[in-house]
Design a protein around this ligand. Structure first.
Ligand code: HEM
Length: 469
């Protein structure tokens, strides 16, 4: 027996030309809108051609689809000038080949061995932070992450001005991407200052990619991403090089993807550490012990020396994942008994799933211990997917899983972030992955005696508590 597919109901409220995503959406981000519409139904229409998939099983069906019914958002025509010839915008066959070619750079020795290099770079960064004034945490993390991606992943030790340029172009590009994906086309044609900023950002991005390619110094094994793609100017280059245009596009894609996900996680981690003193103590304890042992060294398995930090980051990723993932419907299709027309854009509110009380116990509680092996729930493991799901799961997840906890440990050994405006909840803007906007914090230096005390074998944080608080 076949049942007729139903028409997707319209989400309640939200009249007017921009519907639910009016100008407050641009200012405050999409999270409040998606939270408000969470119980509107399994699948609802926000606006012409923009749909919200609330049901976690339907979301999973879309994200794990391999039949070609749904296209990745980055392949949308309105983002041609952003992703061009890069991995994320390729057609299905070319995408599979390119991804398979790049993947070893994230899963084999260079990524696994990146820990000590990450630790050293972050330690230098922490030492360079001002002692007497607050910093914009997301801005500081953007510059740090640009260095980590270019040096550790792309193996291109670029100069500081390139990092500054990368930190400047990325936010402008992120805002434009999300506006183009969520706003109706007529709204995008309005002459706004954002459009001029975007053109300048694309020029800056091209320069960053070019100078990164010029600075490429491949490791001996040639397992880094640019060598794998066949950067012909490097001795370890593989045969079948991709075009120079594609190489530059991949650099831009990786710098963008790396900055979006990593900066958000690092910035939220600083905020959550300051908000939870008991959790901070556990993280500081591990950071001190590692610093006393001389930092992360080759052969160290980060998860063995930083288990509490790892659980803390898992919880940061649960609480602050990408707000939503998007897909476009390639051909008329039926999803959960509803008819979806070709061209429909699907928005899947990942953050809402991570906070769903039906899937996660006490979702409002920030509790890293929920990730202890004895506490972890099968439903949470299934629902919490900060890196997305295959086949489009974050290609850099194995690297990010090392990078973020190691960076937090290196930072925590020297600095403790304290809010410049205690009690003021950080707000998020409209970005591909929502960052805390203008989160100002003091990177307070820690007494240099901490690491020495950690080496003495006592609990360092207890001994120096008096001087820290
Ligand atoms: C904690 C940090 C990170 C988080 C939470 C994160 C999250 C994500 C998510 C959710 C996706 C899937 C998007 C979708 O299905 O629509 C994704 C894809 C991607 N990410 Fe990440 N990411 C992080 C770090 C990185 C880093 C460090 C890089 C590169 C240096 C990177 C590069 C990419 C790329 C290139 C893709 C597209 C993969 C594809 O479509 O095959 N990400 N990321």
């Amino acid at each position: 027996m076949t049942t007729e597919a139903r028409k997707v109901p319209r989400a309640p409220g939200g009249r007017g030309p921009l519907s639910h995503l009016g100008f407050s959406g641009l200012y405050r981000g999409a999270e409040p809108v998606l939270a408000r519409l969470r119980s509107a139904g399994p699948l609802v229409r926000i606006r012409k051609a923009l749909y919200l998939v609330n049901d976690p099983d339907l979301m999973r069906t879309v994200l794990t689809d391999t039949t070609g019914r749904f296209a990745h958002w980055s392949a949308a025509a309105e983002l041609n000038d952003v992703f061009g010839h890069g991995l994320v915008a390729l057609g299905p066959d070319a995408y599979r080949q390119r991804r398979a070619r790049m993947l070893p750079a994230f899963t084999s020795s260079p990524a696994k061995d990146a820990g000590p290099m990450i630790y050293r770079i972050v330690s230098d960064f922490a030492a360079s932070l001002p002692e007497d004034r607050p910093v914009d945490v997301a801005a500081a993390m953007t510059r740090l992450t640009a260095k980590l991606i270019t040096h550790c992943l792309l193996r291109a030790p670029v100069a500081d001005d390139v990092l500054d340029l990368a930190a400047r172009w990325e936010p402008a590009v992120s805002q434009v991407i999300i506006c183009r994906l969520l706003m109706p086309s007529w709204a995008l044609n309005l002459p706004t200052p954002q459009r001029r900023r975007f053109r300048r950002a694309l020029a800056a991005r091209a320069e960053v990619a070019l100078r990164t390619l010029e600075a490429h110094r491949p490791p001996d094994d040639g397992e880094d991403v640019l060598s794998l793609l066949g950067n012909t100017s490097c001795p370890t280059a593989r045969r079948g090089a991709v075009s120079r245009e594609a190489l530059l596009a991949e650099i831009s894609t990786l710098v963008f993807g790396g900055l979006e996900g990593t900066v958000a996680t690092l910035a939220w981690a600083c905020h959550e550490l300051a908000s939870h003193p008991d959790i901070e103590e556990a993280v500081l304890h591990e950071a001190d012990a590692l610093a006393a042992a001389g930092g992360l060294r080759p052969g160290h398995v980060w998860a063995d020396v930083l288990p509490a930090t790892g659980r803390f980051i898992q919880e940061v990723e649960r609480v602050h994942p990408p707000t939503a993932l998007m897909r476009d419907v390639r051909r008329p299709t039926v999803l959960g008994g509803f008819h979806l027309p070709e061209g429909a854009r699907l928005c899947m509110p990942l953050r809402e799933v991570h906070h769903d009380p039906g899937l996660i116990t006490d979702p409002g509680l920030f509790d890293p211990d929920r990730w202890l092996p004895e506490n972890v729930e099968a439903s949470a493991c299934r629902a919490v997917t900060p890196f997305g799901l295959p086949p489009r799961r974050c290609i850099a997840a194995p690297l990010a899983t090392v990078l973020v906890p190691v960076a937090i440990a290196a930072m925590a050994a020297q600095r403790r972030f304290r809010p410049a405006h205690p009690g003021r909840a950080p707000r998020t803007g409209l970005r591909v992955i929502a960052h805390p906007v203008r989160l100002m914090m003091f990177p307070q230096p820690l007494p240099t005696t901490r690491a020495v005390l950690a080496g003495a074998g006592d609990h360092p944080t207890q001994q120096v508590n008096g001087t820290l608080r």
